[in-house]
Design a protein around this ligand. Sequence first.
Ligand SMILES: Nc1ncnc2c1ncn2[C@@H]1O[C@H](COP(=O)(O)OP(=O)(O)OP(=O)(O)O)[C@@H](O)[C@H]1O
Length: 248
Amino acid sequence: MSDLAVRVALKRYDAVAEAPAHVALRDLALTVRHGELVCLLGPSGCGKSTLLNIVAGLDERFEGSLSLPRSADDRPPAIGYVFQEPRLLPWRTVRRNVELAMDPARHGAGLVEELLAAAGLAGFAEAYPQRLSLGMTRRVALVRAFAVEPDLLLMDEPFVSLDAPTAQQLRRLLLEIWQRRPTTVLFVTHDLREAIQLGDRILLFSPPPGRVVADIPVAIPRDARDEAAVEAFRRRLIDERPGDFRGL
Ligand SMILES: Nc1ncnc2c1ncn2[C@@H]1O[C@H](COP(=O)(O)OP(=O)(O)OP(=O)(O)O)[C@@H](O)[C@H]1O
C-alpha cells in the first residue's frame, strides 16, 4: 500500500458574476502514510473542504499533483467520503443506503451486517432514514463509508452540530471501526480537542489561502486519551504556539 501525497501549488476559484476570483489554496503539501489517521485543523474558510474535494477527485481544476493510496491488488483506490450532512436517500432503507456504493463482486454479504452491528444499528437495517435520530443517521453515514472498504477515507467535519455526548459516541465508534478495519483517514475539523482525540498527527492550516503550517504528532498513546490528557495536550499546544490556535 502506498501513501497519500498531495501538492497544490495553486487552487483558485474563478470570478462568477459579482463574486471576485478567490485563491483558496497556495503552496500546500501534505503526505499521509498508509493506515494513518490525520486531522486537518483550521479556521473556517481556509480551504479544508476544497482540499478534500481535490483529493476525492471531485475537483480537478488545480495546479499541482495528487497521488492516492493504492490497494495491494492494484485496482483503482476506493474512497469513502463522510460529509457534514449525512446525505442519506430518504426513499432507501438503511441497508440500501449503505449498499449504495458497494461493489457486489468485491464485498461479501456479511460486511453490511457486521458494520451495522458494530454501529448498534442491527435492528434498523430495514428502517427508512426518517425514523432515525440525527445521531443514528450519522452512524449510518459512517457505516456507508466503511462499507466500500476504502483505501482512503475522507471526513469533512462529520460530527459537527451534534450535542457533545452524541459527538463523543460517534468519535468512539469511528475509532472502534477504524481499529478493526484499518485504513488511511483524512479528517477535517476546526475543533482542537477533537483533533487531539482522533489524530495520529494534526496538520494545521494557515488562514486563507490555506497551506499546512505545522505538522504535530499527537504524542499520547491512544488508550490514554481521556478528557484530562486531551485537555493537558491542548493547553500545551496553545502555550507553545500562542496565536496559531486562536479560535480553534
Ligand atoms: N465553488 C466555489 N466557488 C467560489 N469560491 C468558493 C467555492 N467553494 C469554496 N469557495 C471559497 O473558498 C474558500 C475556502 O472554502 P472551503 O469550503 O474550502 O473552506 P473550509 O476551510 O472548508 O471552511 P469551513 O470550515 O467553513 O467549511 C472560501 O472563501 C469559500 O467561500
